[in-house]
Write a protein that binds this ligand. Sequence first.
Ligand SMILES: [Zn+2]
Length: 338
Amino acid sequence: MPAFSAMARIRRLPPVRAAWLAAVLALLLALPLGAQWNVEKIGDRDYLAGRDVKAFYSFTQYVVNGNTATFQMPGFWMRAHGGSKELTIKGLKFVMSFPAVRRGEEIFFSRTDLVKLIDPVLRPDYIKGLPDFDTVVLDPGHGGQDSGARGPHGLEKDIALKTALRAAALLRARGFKVVLTRSTDTFVTLENRVAIANRHPRAVFVSIHFNHASNRAARGIETFALAPVGTISAIDRWPERNLGKRRGNSRDAENIALATAVQNSVLRRLELARPVDRGVKRARFSVISGITVPGILFEGGFVAHAEEGKLLVHPTYQQMLAEGLVRGIENYRRALQK
Ligand SMILES: [Zn+2]
């Protein structure tokens, strides 16, 4: 569905619901302290100017060239484009909740994207009230009668299980406790996966999936964090519905930081196979909506793609995927401990 028709439907939401959502958003979207933020209304949404972003995060350079804004500091850069949701931070792709807006010599970011994406990614060590974790709940998608995506070389449920078992072994060797929502080819309901995760308060949750698309040319890796309140999911069939709070939204900052660390580590680990970076995205999958611990849903590649599908069933490739996942989890933990 084109974005503009979804937007038109949002504007037709009953006013009471819209007012409730605005009130919730105001509570959840407190701007980082210690800076002068000039909030501008663009449409009916709060936006922050690039000059304030530059000052607050101590970028040494901020240049708007045509439609593209580039922020730089030694060893680090960030790029956005007017009218686009795509944000690149040091080579890693993110899909923002709302497009950036260019006005004259200035690029503007939505308040939601500043608070829920840019801030936790740029300053993961500032995430508030973060409990440490010693447990990783690995959730291989599908299982039993539910095969998930089917490719000519194998089924999603099998690739997910094998990758999860490899990641489990690596994590245990590094001293983590590991809980698997399934360790054999069995069917587990989404509710049970959530219930298992929520029995382990000192854990992070990683759901492992592989992708399917009607377009056989689709390939690459993407990592989903739960969509923040009031934002449209990247993939819901009815994206304009149910924008309200889920249990997992209490972990928004941790979710995006974990997604960033995992996406980055997996891409680096697979570098030689030239993986396509499809980005860190937001959605409201049941498993990441219902959990109370930080969590993500990882999509490790497309089973029906001619080349990627073949790689995905290869034990060496599965091991590399598992190593990338584990490094991501370790990097996330390190960022929290700084
Ligand atoms: Zn799946």
